[in-house]
Design a protein. Structure first.
Length: 164
């Protein structure tokens, strides 16, 4: 799974892979191995020798020793490109999902249009903030499933790219 995580205003690209020995987390390319387990009110994460409890409340992450404002976007559930055969990488559908419930303020993507990674596809208003939903990689817009003013739920497919 890959996504963009903003913690206290600091953006990061995150990639998480599960394996038999735990998880591999890449933060802006730096690799960390660890373990995750569910607990009654959140999760516990171990990166190194210490377990840390994390609980999400709205757009806030509460840890053992701090509180952080967070935003998650550009979520991709596909395996990393390194795990795919070369011919699968050439063109594959890539659903663009709503990272949270909200209202579509503006749709900028149009079917058939070539986009570059980072281009704004649409703007989603959630919790009185406008969030630009950007293309996670280069591609062609195949479908746009929302229009200005639509209400959306978290994880709803907003558009589909043919990723290159």
């Amino acid at each position: 799974m890959r996504f963009r995580l903003v913690v206290d205003g600091d953006p990061r690209r995150i990639e998480v892979e599960r394996g038999p020995e735990g998880i591999l987390i890449r933060v802006d390319g730096a690799e960390y191995r660890g373990k995750v387990r569910r607990v009654h009110d959140g999760i516990e994460v171990r990166l190194g020798p210490k377990w840390r409890r994390v609980r999400l409340v709205g757009r806030t992450a509460l840890t053992d020793d701090a509180t952080h404002e967070i935003a998650i976007s550009e979520i991709e559930d596909e395996p990393s490109d390194r795990a795919l055969p070369t011919r699968s990488r050439s063109a594959r559908p890539l659903p663009i999902r709503a990272p949270m419930p909200g209202r579509v303020v503006r749709v900028e993507a149009r079917p058939g249009v070539q986009v570059k990674r980072g281009d704004t596809l649409l703007v989603l208003e959630a919790m009185k903030m406008q969030n630009e939903i950007a293309a996670p990689q280069d591609g062609i817009v195949k479908e746009v499933r929302v229009v200005d003013g639509d209400s959306v739920i978290a994880d709803q497919i907003l558009a589909v790219l043919e990723a290159h």
